[in-house]
Design a protein around this ligand. Structure first.
Ligand SMILES: C[S@@+](CC[C@H](N)C(=O)[O-])C[C@H]1O[C@@H](n2cnc3c(N)ncnc32)[C@H](O)[C@@H]1O
Length: 254
């Protein structure tokens, strides 16, 4: 059966909160460093590619009016469920980051954990930047992080696995120089009574140079772009070396 890269985010969504928690302190540190001064002044924000809504709910808990946008139906369902259980207001909209719209403009759009790299084509960055600019108030901010080509070349070819009760996954991938894309095959092993069932998902990511990111943001109407290398935020992760991941903060022209 053909695999449509990134589209389903199905098993990854179902088991996301169980398996993907290791990165949370690093992203918290980056958010604190880059957005620390901004968050106390913020009324509304949108977590773009919000996944299960962890960051969106963190900000909703601070009294910020939050939207969450994600393409995966499973992610949206889980984010709504988490919001309901936490008793926090979070409006979740199922949409593509390349053409999403919000009911009202917000002061900040976040897009964390290399979600931006998930678009299909390099040229899609221009569409995302345009949609984000449309969702922001004048003077609003776009905060995101990206995997750089160096991450696909140095980290993705390795094998990474994790096991929790009833579920195990193995990820292995690489960098396709011809297509300029990183790829990761995700093999799932899910306990079903006495048997284990195997499933497969493929994640593909595109890469941009810093110059491409800055040019695209400026063309979309962002007048100030700042960047931070991720290494200081990932002190406990020896795989992340300088140049692998970058955090950006861009301001929409006021
Ligand atoms: C690595 S997860 C990051 C989730 C969340 N931001 C976090 O920090 O945990 C990537 C997310 O991007 C979403 N995604 C992938 N392509 C998308 C698209 N074109 N538009 C919106 N969401 C997308 C996936 O469904 C998934 O929830």
């Amino acid at each position: 059966m053909p695999t449509i890269a990134n589209r389903p985010y199905k098993w990854l969504a179902e088991y996301y909160d169980q398996l993907f928690t290791f990165h949370l302190p690093c992203f918290e540190a980056a958010r604190q460093r880059v957005l620390g001064d901004l968050l106390p002044r913020l009324d509304s924000a949108c977590d773009l590619a919000c996944g299960t809504g962890t960051t969106a709910l963190l900000l909703a808990r601070r009294g910020i009016k939050m939207y969450g946008v994600d393409l995966s139906a499973v992610m949206c369902r889980l984010a709504r469920l988490k919001a309901h259980r936490a008793g926090l207001p979070l409006r979740v909209i199922r949409a593509d980051m390349r053409n999403f719209r919000l009911p009202a403009p917000v002061g900040l759009v976040l897009c964390e954990f290399d979600a931006l790299n998930h678009v299909m084509r390099k040229a899609d960055l221009r569409r995302v930047a345009g949609a984000v600019a449309g969702a922001l108030e004048p003077g609003g901010y776009f905060y995101f992080d990206v995997n750089n080509r160096r991450a696909f070349e140095t980290i993705w070819p390795g094998c990474w696995w994790i096991e929790k009760p009833g579920v195990a996954l193995v990820m292995h991938g690489g960098y396709d120089r011809k297509r300029d894309k990183g790829w990761s095959d995700v093999e799932w092993f899910l306990r079903d009574g006495k048997r284990w069932r195997r499933h497969h998902e493929r994640i593909e990511q595109v890469a941009w140079t810093g110059a491409e990111v800055r040019r695209t943001l400026r063309d979309a109407g962002f007048d100030r772009v700042q960047a931070w290398d991720a290494t200081p935020f990932f002190k406990n992760d020896p795989k992340i070396s300088p140049g692998c991941r970058t955090f950006y903060l861009a301001r929409k022209r006021a």
